[in-house]
Design a protein around this ligand. Structure first.
Ligand code: WT7
Length: 654
């Protein structure tokens, strides 16, 4: 937390304020009445939001059942179909011709699907999946690029009351296999390959390597990359042969509000990813509510673009469920921001007249580095709201985003939330809040948070502490798949007495009551807005025969926020055979193939010792000092203080 602490210190000197313009206020979706209603009767407020935003097949009469805390049940006696809420009802309301998805492939091919067309595709997919034996409660893994079929697959699974587990296409075969095994998935939906950085990356080959000997009965394959793939007769099926020929009529059945909707794996402090479980009615209520109010959505006229991959929670909540529940028109883009040219994002905003852009600080920073001449070449005048997510946005990037992308007028909503929270929890409201660059500002109406000390007591204004959520919320995780105990232990044990959810983030509340996020307080890194665990990467490193011991830290990085830096002790025989450079190159590649390219360390220092306390605990704080090129901090608790001098010398020699 050290670097983020110091950067926050400087952030606190940030005094610029950006109140909403009178024109924005005049048309704003969220008004102060929202907070007033939530303050008056919080549960009543959520019940009202849910009734207003969703269509319930069977209306609920109970709002929250917290009797089995921390396992919440929201709207539990109500029944609904999530896909129906995202599709059919918009068609029935006369909006079938409205575009749901403008999709653009990286090579420049494109496809637009109206709500009527998307509904028909999802119905076909639901029929095809049902014919393959998929029913309520089954787990289906989705390993796809950002193509319309990814959205169609997720909604078809939801329509059947089954559970999707989307695995980001950048994860390795081992990571995919671990997720398939943990959830006992019976089907995988994938593509031959997808486009990324001007090339086709294979997906089906990775699936082949992952599914052997698992619970998977069938692999459904979308043709996208056109690359050669292996084929297992009887197991593998083409999407176009099955879904393509299925009946476009399918009646949505209602399921309980608490029917599980999806599992999404995220890294924790151990080597084993956690399968975060979300359910239907509460989740859909809060994603629709936040999507509408935080982004000031006017569904008849806005074009919304969330740049996240569907493999992350942001893609689940603000590509699939929030926008579609609200009947929004959105852009979906397959590729990277700089392919085939560095102005690609701006070109897409101009082409589709994107009005709301939701992106990560890491992308904003890397586009900022290329200079404003690039965005200045495009017409970005359609932009009226900007969003940020995944990590704190530094004021420099904030101001650039505001001035260059938002023409100095578009409000920026810096949204704090997590895979576990399901939906946005802390954010400005664009027609109400006077914005402060770098602060996520306040809990959205209906959400209760606090910043507390180790004993759970609120810290005074101006000081740092731990961020907690003090009351249950509709889109909260319902557990960790197959591991209730870990759910309780990880999130609910630190403040068991108070019943608070502990988010794992440090935060500070300023004099005005605004929240400043200070980064993770546990051994979890945030690289490009994605969560990685030090333990998971350490265990990948020690699985290599060359490695005797390893320690991983997240070090400050100008573009990605944090970067993975590893310290490795080689086994004696290897230390003689390989130069540190050779070893480091081999090990960086090894981590990428064991977990996925996002986990590849930026640097690996080959060292002779690791700094440990007398009880044997690795002192990551000191390693972070080395990784960030700072003078080394207090070493008095080290078992052998000389170790750090040695590491420092070795790192300087590098
Ligand atoms: C962690 C959650 C929520 C979708 C993307 C990441 C960090 C997230 C912000 C923000 C400061 C943020 C936190 C959080 N984080 N948004 N606006 N300002 N930090 O989801 O992988 O579940 O990671 O991302 O540290 O705990 P995730």
């Amino acid at each position: 937390m050290t670097t983020s602490m110091t950067s926050i210190d400087s952030l606190l000197h940030e005094t610029r304020r950006f109140p909403p313009s009178p024109e924005f206020v005049a048309n704003a979706v969220a008004t102060p009445a929202l907070a007033a209603a939530a303050a008056k009767d919080r549960l009543g407020f959520w019940a009202e939001q849910s009734r207003e935003l969703l269509d319930w097949h069977t209306p609920f009469t109970q709002t929250l059942d917290w009797s089995d805390a921390p396992f919440a049940r929201w709207f539990a006696d109500g029944r609904l179909n999530v896909a129906y809420n995202c599709l059919d009802r918009h068609v029935l309301a006369g909006n079938g011709d409205r575009i749901a998805i403008h999709w653009e492939g990286e090579p420049g091919d494109s496809r637009s699907l109206s709500y009527a067309e998307l509904t028909a595709e999802v119905k076909k997919a639901a029929n095809a999946l049902a014919a393959l034996g998929v029913t309520k409660g089954d787990r289906i893994a989705v390993y796809l690029p950002v193509i319309p079929e990814a959205v169609i697959a997720m909604l078809a699974i939801a329509r059947l009351g089954a559970i999707h587990s989307v695995v980001f296409g950048g994860f390795s075969a081992d990571s995919l296999r671990a997720r398939i095994d943990d959830a006992q998935a019976k089907l995988v939906i994938t593509a031959d390959g997808g486009w990324r950085k001007g090339k086709v990356f294979p997906l089906k080959d990775t699936v082949d390597a992952a599914v052997e000997g698992t619970s998977v009965e069938h692999v459904l394959v979308v043709r996208r990359g056109g690359n050669d793939i292996g084929w297992t007769q009887g197991r593998d099926l083409w999407w176009h042969d099955t879904v393509g020929t299925a009946d476009p009529e399918h009646e949505a059945e209602a399921f309980d509000a608490e029917n599980p909707l999806f599992i999404l794996y995220t890294s924790g402090t151990t080597g084993k990813p956690k399968g975060i479980l979300h359910s239907s009615g509460g989740y859909l209520t809060q994603v629709a509510y936040t999507h509408k109010n935080v982004f000031d959505l006017h569904p008849e006229s806005d074009v919304f673009w969330c740049t996240a991959d569907i493999g992350w929670i942001t893609g689940h909540s603000y590509v699939v469920y929030g926008p579609l529940a609200n009947g929004a028109t959105q852009l979906l883009y397959e590729g990277t921001p700089d392919t085939p040219h560095p102005g690609r994002w701006w070109e897409l905003i101009e082409k589709y007249r994107v009005s709301i852009l939701y992106a990560a600080p890491t992308a904003i920073r890397s586009l900022m580095k290329l200079g404003r001449e690039i965005p200045d070449r495009f017409d970005l005048s359609s932009i009226r709201v900007l969003g940020s997510v995944g990590e704190p946005i530094n004021p420099e990037a904030w101001i650039w985003y505001h001035d260059v992308v938002g023409a100095g007028t578009a409000p920026i909503v810096d949204t704090w939330w997590q895979t576990e929270t399901g939906a946005i929890m802390i954010s400005p409201l664009p027609g109400i809040t006077s914005l402060k660059p770098g602060s996520a500002q306040a809990a959205v109406p209906g959400i209760e948070i606090a910043v507390v000390d180790d004993d759970g007591a609120p810290v005074p204004k101006g000081s740092g502490g731990l961020l907690v959520i003090t009351e249950p919320w509709p889109s909260m995780a319902r557990g960790i798949w197959g591991d209730d105990e870990r759910f309780v232990e990880t999130y609910w044990s630190k403040f068991a007495e108070q019943g608070y959810y502990f988010a794992g983030d440090g935060a500070r509340i300023d004099e005005d009551g605004d929240v400043w996020l200070l980064g993770r307080v546990d051994d979890v890194m945030n690289v490009s807005g994605h969560r990685l665990s030090t333990a998971e990467i350490e265990s990948a490193l020690v699985s290599h025969p060359m490695v005797a011991e390893s320690a991983v830290v997240g070090a400050y990085d100008e573009t990605t926020g944090q970067a993975v830096v590893a310290f490795v002790i080689l086994r004696a025989e290897h230390a003689e055979q390989h130069t540190p450079d050779e070893a480091s190159t081999a090990l960086r590649g090894h981590v990428a193939s064991a977990i996925g390219a996002i986990a590849r360390p930026r640097e690996i220092f080959i060292v002779a010792e690791l700094p440990k306390t007398r009880s044997g605990k690795i002192m990551r704080r000191l390693l972070r000092d080395v990784a960030e090129g700072r003078p080394i901090g207090d070493t008095t608790t080290l078992a052998d203080p000389a170790v750090m001098r040695l590491i420092e010398q070795m790192s300087k020699a590098k």
